[in-house]
Design a protein around this ligand. Structure first.
Ligand code: PMP
Length: 324
């Protein structure tokens, strides 16, 4: 058996038991095993294919977007596989690995100065829009403002989790940046069973978490920093705010003790699951999105501290279950 193309290999990622001490079954959805390395493969593919169907993107066209992260990488991969030119604008804050990954897929990269607001004419978002206006046959998926971002996760991720768990999922945890993952997959799951609890994980000092007084944080890709239609608060039971140290401590535990080498948003998601452990009961089935791999962040030295310096309480991890 084989996939007929690279893009048809997106999805069908494994659900793996997490050895946290709990009467519930806690499963990690290993989205970092997608071909482009994150769950953004799903939403990016959906947005591109909808644009093709509408005729907004035709053969020989150019995909342009602003992204310092996995969305841009997914577009670069999809463009390479489908034969489109791809131009991604990034902020100077973009990690070296991500910048080099975009170039490795053959995308052109426009590096822009960091700005406080995306409306600023120099921002990577404004520069992508300016380039779009002067490039014929070009399409901007625009993940922060395109509701199809959430629709992609509704159709491709929500359905898959429902099938994989045979409809038994009771709790769903996903990192929240644009809100596409938690809103899209969360909405599908809630439509199947309104009792499913949906948790969005936000950065503790994001625009939303601080009521408009954000402070810088290290967890790349997480944090509700814009008001947009992509995020549907009506499907989210609770937004859990996670600090940098909570996410980064958990990252080391996952890598050093359990072999999950994951990115900082996943550290935040697992830290949120940890905070909720006391609420889970026998028979609950928890699914947490493990969105990308730690390999994209090695230059940030998040993983190098010895594990015995980690302050996390051993009580939350079931040491006896390490082989599960
Ligand atoms: N986790 C990872 C690894 C991501 O790349 C992103 C998006 N930048 C998120 C979580 C947040 O997902 P969403 O934009 O769908 O809310």
């Amino acid at each position: 058996m084989y996939a007929s193309s690279l893009l048809s290999a997106i999805g069908n990622t494994p659900l793996v038991k997490l050895p946290f001490k709990s009467p519930a079954t806690i499963l990690a959805k290993l989205e970092y095993l997608n071909p482009g390395g994150s769950m953004k493969d799903r939403s990016a593919l959906y947005m591109v294919e909808q644009a093709e169907k509408r005729g907004d993107l035709k053969p020989g066209g150019t995909i342009i977007d602003a992204s310092s992260g996995n969305h841009g990488i997914a577009l670069a991969m999809i463009g390479a596989a489908k034969g489109y030119r791809v131009v991604i604008s990034v902020s100077q804050k973009c990690s070296k690995e991500k910048y080099q990954t975009l170039l490795a897929y053959g995308a052109e990269v426009l590096v822009c100065p960091p700005t406080d607001f995306i409306e600023h004419p120099d921002s990577y978002h404004s520069q992508a829009k300016a380039l779009l206006a002067k490039t014929p046959n070009s399409f901007m998926p625009n993940q922060y403002f395109n509701i199809e971002n959430a629709h992609g996760h509704y159709h491709l991720l929500g359905t898959e989790i429902w099938k994989q768990t045979e409809g038994k999922i009771t709790h769903f945890f996903a990192g929240t940046g644009t809100g596409g993952t938690v809103s899209g997959a969360g909405r599908y799951l809630k439509e199947q069973n309104p009792d499913v609890k949906v948790y969005g994980i936000d950065a503790a000092t994001s625009f939303h978490a601080t009521n408009g007084n954000p402070k810088p944080y290290k967890i790349e890709g997480l944090g509700i920093d814009f008001d947009s239609d992509v995020i549907d608060y009506s499907v989210i039971n609770e937004l859990i705010n996670i600090t940098d140290p909570e996410a980064l401590d958990m990252l080391k535990v996952l890598a050093h003790q359990y072999g999950f080498l994951v990115g900082p948003t996943t550290g935040a998601v697992a830290a949120a699951v940890q905070k909720k452990l006391s609420e889970f009961k026998e028979g609950d089935l928890v699914v947490a999105i493990f969105g990308d791999s730690g390999r994209a962040y090695l230059s940030k030295n998040f993983y190098s501290e010895p594990v015995d310096q980690i302050t996390l309480s051993p009580r939350i991890i079931d040491q006896s279950n390490q082989t599960l």
